[in-house]
Every structure is written in C-alpha cells, then in structure tokens.
Design a protein around this ligand. Structure first.
Ligand code: FAD
Length: 477
C-alpha cells in the first residue's frame, strides 16, 4: 500500500533540512531499503531525510503528518527484525546526524544525548569520567542510542545490569501527529502519572520519534574478572549455567557457545583462540568493588562449572586478554553465517531452568527438518541466539517449518519469541501465539492514540490483518 508523494513535497523537505540532506535518487536510496535482518526482501523508501537537529526532525514529521506520508525512523540500520525497513515506502527519517552528547552529569549520574549517538561513543565518554553505561549489544560499535531505545536493546551484561529500559529516565518525542513532548524525569525515582517513557522504550519506532534521551549512569565497577569454562558437550555446559546460580553467584555476564559456534569463530582467525576440541564453553565474568571479592565470586562460579563437568577453566589474566575474548565473542554472528552461507538468527528466551531442554529440542528439530542448527548467547538470561544454517532459497520452506515449531516449543517452555531483536517484520506472524487477543487489541488502541493516521512505521510488529481490523473499528467508533 504505497502512496505517491504529493506534489511539492520534496521541496518542502529540502526547505526544512537543506537539499544536501534529502536523498531521492534510486542508487543512494539502496542502503536504506534493508537492515541486518537475514533473508529480508529489501524495500526502498521514496525519499530519505537526514535532519540536523531535533527541531528539523519535528518539522519533517509535521510535514509528513499534514501530507499523510509514511515515516520510518532509522538509526544505524543494525536491527535484526526489519524495523527500519520502509515496507510501504514514504520517508525514511534517518537520525544519524543527531550525534551530540549534550551533557554528562557525574553528580546526578545522568546524561542527555541525541538519538544518533553511537553506543560505544557514549560508553567511552562516560568511562573517561569514571562512569558506566552497561547495555552492550554486540553491535555497540555501530548501533545508535535511538535504535537501542526503540528496540530496548540488551546484551551480555543485561544479566546483572538489565537492558536499555533500566537506564532510560526521560525522552524528547515527536508524535506522528507532529506534537512534541517530553516524558519522564531526570531523577532515578519518580512515579508521577503513567510511565509513558517505558511505553515508548521497545515500541520499535511505531509510537513516536525519539529526538532526545536522558539516561541513568552508574559508577564504573572497579574490578572485572573474566574466565572461560570449557565443557565436553552442550549438555554439560547448559547444566553449568544453573550450577553457577545454584552456587549463589550472579555473574555480570554468562555467555554460552556450542561446538559449532566455537569451530566457526576459530575459522576466522580471531584474536582469542578457544582451546582445541572444546565441545562447548561458558564465558563468565564477575565485577565488583574489591579484587578479592570479584575473584572469589569467579572462583565459585568456575568450581560449580567443574562440578557440572567442565574439563578446563581459563582465566583472562589481563585486560588485553579480556578485550580479545570479547572481540572474539562479537565475531560469532558473522562466523556462524559463514558455516553454510545463509542463516536465520533467532533470539529466543526460555526460563533458565529450561535451557537444557530447549537446547536438546532445538537439536531434535534440526534433525527432523534436516537442517544444521547451532546456538550461542546470553545463557544467564535464558536468551539463546539460535542459528538455523542453510544453503539456498530451496531450503526456506523447511527453515520456516522449523522456526514455527521452535517458537511453539519456546512458548510451551514459558519463554518468549524475542529477547532483544524485536518483532519488526520478521516475527509478526508469531506474535499472536505469544500475546492474547486482548493484549493485542489494547496495544492497537494505544497505537491509535499516538498515531491516529497510522503513518509511523506502518506494517511493523502487528500482523496486517489485525491492524486493519482495529483501524476499521476505530473509524466506526
Ligand atoms: C552483529 C549484530 C549484533 C547484535 N547484537 C545485539 C545484542 O547483543 N543485543 C541486542 O539487543 N541487539 C543486538 N543487535 C541488534 C541491533 O543492533 C539493535 O537492535 C540496535 O538497538 C539497533 O540500533 P540501530 O541504531 O541500528 O537501529 P535501526 O536498526 O536503525 O532501527 C531499529 C528500530 O528502531 C527504530 N528507531 C531507530 N531510531 C529511532 C528513533 N530515534 N526514534 C524512534 N525509533 C527509532 C527503527 O524504526 C527500527 O524500528 C545486533 C545486531 C547486529 C548486526
């Protein structure tokens, strides 16, 4: 349901942001038709607009609202569910020029940033002042804070420190009607009124455009210790996950890698070499205020791993080794893609105690559909990046069948179909399996309250049929 742009609309956009920041020629539009979601059909916008300030962004949204032109917000395009792909054309509103860190306030433990700031840039800036911003998706060197807010991004440290929503105190928003407003607060506590900030966090760019973000910061932990526990098999490693919690340790990260993932990353000549013959591994990290306490917690975690069958435990003896281990961990997404050439990468979550069953049933589903699967990810959260590896389009019907059964197993075990990447386009068909009709209906009423004309990021999150039915009902009431 593409709509042609009204006459004079491009000129209006150029008047707002300047001709250099309006992109309408086909070749330059290409990068804006996709994100990092595997196997997604690209879809080009009619025009890309790159405002240079929050005021310009608001004026662009107002112009779109008046002309009823679709708007799809975009950060860095690292999303993994197609959220910033303009499937109905219109304007891509690229926030990549809004890159100011407005302030970092050590006394209050807060900072104000624009949405186009790259996550790693902020982390470095606050670290330079002895502060800590914990969320750490593996894409941290390229993703934006606006994208993190929209996807409620997590990462390995979510286990101890929580995900993006734990740090967002307030937001500057432009509603798809063109109205501007500020939600939330600058303090870590505050319960006045509905928590609209939390509603917008994780709404995948469907409720409002974020033009300013107030974040909570923590003091940097003084000591961090990292180790690898090597297991003969996946079965033993996933038992190790629960053994660590059984020993009363809350690591700051607890990452799982199966044999195929380890072998795949080894083929990329990574900075850290996993031990030969590792059947699976857990990457365990603890942090704290004293070196002895941090080491003691790590030792207890590793003892628990040994009791669960770990054959080797390797301590990262210095910060260089720690950096090498994490750089290697961040290569897993690309490395597993190279195993077969094509893959689907999921981010399922199950209660921790169900990880062994989930891993076993994923393997069985792979056998049933004659497809190779492997898993790595944030096992401490029960969040596994299950990879389905395949060669060509011919395999896609079997991939879809496997996915459908995988999500049903996840829900049967009390989990969720997406822990980090969002629903976007790619998980829309399965959303009604997880959410009740009542929850979907209320969500669509909220969407209508924010976006009565339905112009912001259309076609995302909710299956089209349900969204259309709700829109018709809204028109008749
Ligand atoms: C290699 C790799 C590893 C990854 N690892 C992780 C991980 O560990 N954890 C994790 O959570 N994610 C991970 N991701 C997914 C992705 O990086 C995150 O979802 C990230 O938050 C997206 O940020 P972005 O700037 O690229 O947003 P985009 O992809 O550009 O957009 C994502 C969504 O946010 C919306 N959006 C963007 N900016 C705004 C704004 N200012 N206002 C309103 N809506 C907006 C878009 O419309 C879209 O719906 C990974 C991705 C890759 C490629």
């Amino acid at each position: 349901m593409r709509r042609p742009l009204p006459a004079g609309f491009l000129q209006r956009l150029e008047d707002i942001v300047g001709g250099a920041f309006v992109i309408a020629d086909a070749e330059r539009l290409l990068p804006y038709g996709a994100d990092e979601t595997p196997n997604l059909r690209p879809s080009l916008p009619d025009v890309v607009v790159r405002p240079g300030s929050a005021d310009e962004a608001a004026d662009v949204v107002r112009a779109c609202a008046e002309a009823k032109v679709f708007i799809t917000p975009r950060g860095a395009g690292t999303g993994k569910s197609g959220g910033c792909v303009p499937i109905h054309g219109g304007v891509v509103l690229a926030l990549d020029r809004l890159t100011r860190i407005v302030d970092i306030d050590q006394a209050d433990g807060t900072c104000n940033v624009e949405p186009g700031v790259i996550l790693e840039t902020l982390q470095q800036a606050v670290a330079d002042r002895g502060m800590f911003y914990p969320p750490d998706p593996a894409s941290l060197a390229s993703c934006t804070l606006g994208g993190n807010v929209a996807e409620n991004a997590g990462g390995p440290r979510a286990l101890k420190y929580g995900v993006t929503s734990s740090y967002v105190l307030g937001l500057d928003l432009v509603l798809p009607t063109g109205e501007r407003l500020r939600t939330g607060k600058r303090t870590t506590k505050g319960v006045a009124g509905y928590d609209l900030t939390s509603l917008v966090v994780g709404s995948e760019g469907t409720l409002a455009v974020v033009t300013g973000i107030t974040l909570k910061l923590l003091p940097s932990p003084r000591f961090v210790q990292t180790a690898l526990a090597v297991f003969p098999s996946s079965e033993a490693a996933v038992l190790g996950v629960n053994a660590i919690f059984g020993a009363g340790v809350l690591p700051r990260t607890l990452e799982y890698l199966d044999r195929a993932s380890i072998d795949a990353v080894r083929a990329m000549s990574p900075p850290y070499r996993f031990p030969a013959g590792a059947g699976a591994a857990l990457l365990v990290e603890t942090d704290g205020e004293s070196e002895a306490g941090t080491l003691e917690a790590l030792s207890r975690a590793l003892e628990a791993c040994a009791d669960a069958g770990a054959t080797d435990t390797l301590l990262a003896t210095d910060s260089k080794k720690q950096r090498e281990i994490w750089a290697t961990r961040r290569m897993l997404s690309e490395a597993t893609k190279r195993i077969k050439g094509r893959k689907v990468s999921e981010d399922i979550v199950v209660p921790r105690s169900k990880i062994p069953e989930m891993v076993a049933r994923t393997g069985a589903l792979g056998d049933k559909h004659d497809l190779l699967t492997c898993s790595f990810g944030h096992a401490g959260d029960g969040n596994l990046h299950t990879q389905i590896l395949f060669d060509s389009d011919e395999d896609l019907p079997r991939v879809d069948a496997l996915l459908d059964e995988l999500f049903r197993v996840v829900l049967e075990l009390g989990g969720t179909i997406t822990g980090e990447h969002g629903v976007g386009i790619s998980k829309k068909p399965w959303l009604p399996l997880e959410l009740s009709d009542e929850v979907i209906a209320l969500s669509l009423r909220l969407k209508h309250a924010f976006d009565p004309a339905g112009i912001l990021n259309p076609g995302k999150v909710f299956p089209e049929k349900l969204a259309l039915r709700a829109a018709k009902r809204d028109q008749t009431t």
